[in-house]
Design a protein around this ligand. Structure first.
Ligand code: CA
Length: 411
């Protein structure tokens, strides 16, 4: 569900839980893709040095940064992990939006108010959002990663699974070291994400700014640089300063589930006509938003959201819906707004084994869910929708334990 290059700590925690479950021998079905063995390392490293030098990285930097470098087996292990669970909104929010995270975020918002105000004046991203991203990415700077970034990226670009992407990131990090942005032994996540907002090297290169004027872009120790860099990235990705991210809404019982999803964009006036209401029952506000979408991240039984442009921009940062909803909701909680009204649904995530079984049964019943792999992708959602339509269930394409139970009774 979440294919994210730099993981926030909440997801990381769940991934670790998944690894633990695997280690206990849950024996779940996994479709292993064959990955060709990596090329011989010494020759690969020489070619990399030549490419970096051609891109302007100084010889001394290259020799020092890559001296004695070797692939790190632990990084490959983390990259190959197969999470046991499909995260649900309920399970994700339980970790991402903890009472402690809200309390610390409120404190941070107050404590750094003058600085956040100056950053807002320059980059036009509201303080509550900057603090929410910060809380989710590194727990307000408490976790920025302990892996050597050069070593981790050498490992992942030497490996063949995502070599092209990681080679670009490795070249970017070598350029940044060469320019003096950070030291040779810079630390980050196992996948090379760095600093308080866990920027990947190319994001760091293109969007980090020196806001305290000391000549360095320091995303570990300088809060002015940290907030301004995040704001600059968001602002250049299309953030709107006078808009919120979205809101929880109430749908009429007659609502056509087929209208949910990011693809369907309508004005607030149109959604209002279709019966969409604020959670307090009032009509939607009369503002000129023309690209709002309805989302049902936990299926038709769970909460409904109406999301705006800033939600789409959050998905440029991280293309996970659960992450974008968490950023939006945390930013609301930091300024005293209440909990979501609707029940978030099952706090226990479905296992990949459950999804695998569902896919197998849907295929047998004539709804093409593709080769079972334990992940809910577009084909699986389509097959679920077909099944739901046939059985008179609102067709949200969303797998939950009730749906699985229903399918099991049919097969
Ligand atoms: Ca600085």
């Amino acid at each position: 569900m979440i294919e994210k290059y730099h993981m926030n700590p909440t997801y990381r925690k769940l991934v670790c839980a998944g690894i633990a479950a695997l280690a206990m021998g849950s024996g779940m079905p996994v479709t292993a893709k064959t990955i060709a063995p990596p090329p011989p390392f010494p020759a690969w490293l020489e070619a990399l040095k030549a490419e970096a030098a051609a891109k302007g990285v100084g010889k001394a930097t290259l020799e020092q940064a890559l001296e004695g470098i070797k692939p790190i087996p632990r990084v490959i292990e983390l990259d190959r992990r197969q999470p046991e669970f499909t995260l649900t909104l309920g399970s994700y929010f339980k970790n991402a939006i903890s009472a402690k995270r809200i309390a610390i975020g409120k404190e941070m918002l107050k404590k750094h108010a003058p600085l956040l105000r100056r950053v807002f004046e320059r980059y036009r991203v509201q303080p509550r959002f900057l603090v929410a991203f910060w809380g989710l990415e590194s727990n307000y700077g408490q976790y920025t990663g302990v892996f050597p970034v050069v070593g981790a990226l050498v490992t992942l670009s030497h490996d063949r699974r995502r070599a092209t992407f990681f080679r670009q990131q490795l070249l970017a990090v070598l350029q940044l070291i060469d320019k003096g942005d950070f030291p040779l032994d810079v630390k980050g996540s196992w996948a090379g994400a760095m600093g308080n907002h866990q920027f990947i090297p190319s994001t760091y290169r293109d969007f980090a700014v020196d806001f305290d004027g000391d000549g360095k872009r320091d995303l570990w120790n300088s809060l002015p640089d940290i907030f301004a860099s995040a704001a600059n990235y968001l602002s250049r990705s299309g953030w709107q300063k006078d808009r919120t991210w979205g809101r929880e809404v109430r749908l009429p019982s007659s609502f056509d589930i087929g209208l949910s999803g990011l693809e369907t964009r309508k004005s607030l006036a149109e959604w209002n006509t279709l019966g969409v209401r604020q959670v307090n029952g009032k009509p939607l506000p009369d503002v000129a938003v023309d690209d709002a979408s309805v989302l049902l991240p936990a299926g038709y039984r769970g909460p409904a959201f109406l999301i705006y442009n800033n939600y789409r921009t959050t998905m440029v940062w991280n293309r996970s819906h659960l992450y974008a909803l968490a950023v939006g909701h945390l930013s609301d909680r930091l300024v005293g707004k209440g909990k979501l009204r609707a029940d978030l649904g099952d706090a226990n995530p479905l296992t990949r084994r459950d999804i695998f079984d569902l896919q197998r049964r849907l295929n047998a019943l004539g709804f093409n869910a593709g080769t079972p792999d334990g992940r809910t992708g577009p084909m699986t959602r389509k097959a679920i929708k077909g099944y739901q339509r046939k059985h008179g269930i609102p067709a949200d394409g969303f797998p939950d334990s009730k749906l699985i139970e229903h399918v099991r009774k049919q097969s």
